[in-house]
Ligand binder design. Structure first.
Ligand code: SF4
Length: 302
């Protein structure tokens, strides 16, 4: 494995490539990457890429599309384009247009876990790190449509006190985590703080000590006095947490939190992608040009 990582790093340097990986990617992909982060950090990194000629995105399609929208002059490739996101597919651009027609004048806030075509129909994007700030920044007199994640939406409603018109989508992986699973682990490990992702169900969030994006979880683990944490988000975070804070212990809540799409990539596919410079992610210019302002408006708040 270390040999293949070394080959990937050498080839990446020769090709002036930058490898971006989401924190839910497997441990070996994270080790091969130049930058590992959550959606916001990766969006920012993609917007700041300067001297790289090739962006290799290890994540799911909507993330690579975001990198392509923010870097129209660069080639963006994915090791395997089969890595999709069931939540992103829960709303289409046509469905959003219909929804908007039912609520004329509403501002559309779109979680980045959505297709480029849906972003193109939206006013501003958000990630799980900045969704509260994005919604709080909007004119208090405007109606807000929030798509596609109802659980993140409810979390934002609670934090901001703003009622929103919600699309009924969710992440099928985080949605599998139940309150009973949390209670069982809390009784096995009493006194250990529980952090969960805002894509989890409201009743799970009720039981948590912290509701955080993956990037925020890593920051909390670094700064908080606790030595152990219960972790309620996709399994890939365990490597990122342990890597960032090696002297603390992280206990994953349940094996149901494993996203098959996030695990489609592997080192062999990453190496081949770099060798062949395939498979390219192309967002048609007419969609990219409409989606970019919604992403840029979010990045301007960061
Ligand atoms: S963890 Fe959920 S939101 Fe993330 S890619 Fe998988 S299905 Fe989509």
């Amino acid at each position: 494995m270390q040999d293949m990582i070394a080959q990937i790093k050498t080839l990446s340097k020769q090709k002036k490539a930058i490898i971006l990986a989401h924190t839910y990617q497997s441990a070996e992909i994270q080790q091969a990457a130049d930058f590992v982060g959550d959606s916001l950090a990766l969006s920012l990194e993609a917007s700041r890429v300067e001297d790289a000629e090739l962006i290799v995105f290890c994540g799911v399609t909507f993330m690579a599309e975001t990198a392509a929208i923010l870097n129209p002059q660069r080639k963006v490739i994915m090791p395997d384009k089969a890595a999709g996101c069931p939540m992103a597919d829960m709303i289409s651009a046509a469905q959003l247009r219909q929804f908007k027609a039912q609520h004329p004048g509403a501002t559309v806030v779109c979680y980045v876990n959505s297709t480029a075509a849906v972003k193109a129909e939206s006013d501003i994007c958000c990630t799980s790190s900045n969704a509260v700030d994005v919604v709080a920044s909007l004119n208090p007199d405007t109606e807000i449509i929030f798509v596609p994640d109802k659980h993140l939406g409810r979390f934002v409603e609670k934090q901001t006190g703003r009622k929103m018109i919600m699309w009924e989508g969710c992440c099928p992986i985080h949605d599998m985590l139940s309150a009973d699973m949390c209670k069982e682990m809390q009784s096995r490990f009493p006194g250990i703080p529980l952090m969960v992702h805002p894509e989890t169900k409201p009743e799970v969030q009720e039981l948590a000590d912290y509701i955080l994006s993956t990037g925020q979880m890593i920051e909390l683990a670094k700064k908080n006095a606790a030595k152990k944490f219960l972790v309620g988000t996709e399994m890939g975070i365990m490597h990122a947490l342990q890597n960032a804070v090696p002297d603390k212990q992280f206990i994953h809540l349940n094996a149901c939190l494993l996203c098959p799409d996030m695990k489609v990539n592997n080192l062999a596919k990453l190496l081949k992608a770099l060798q062949d410079e395939e498979t390219q992610v192309v967002v048609p210019p007419e969609i990219a040009n409409k989606a970019r302002p919604a992403l840029q408006r979010m990045l301007d708040l960061s």
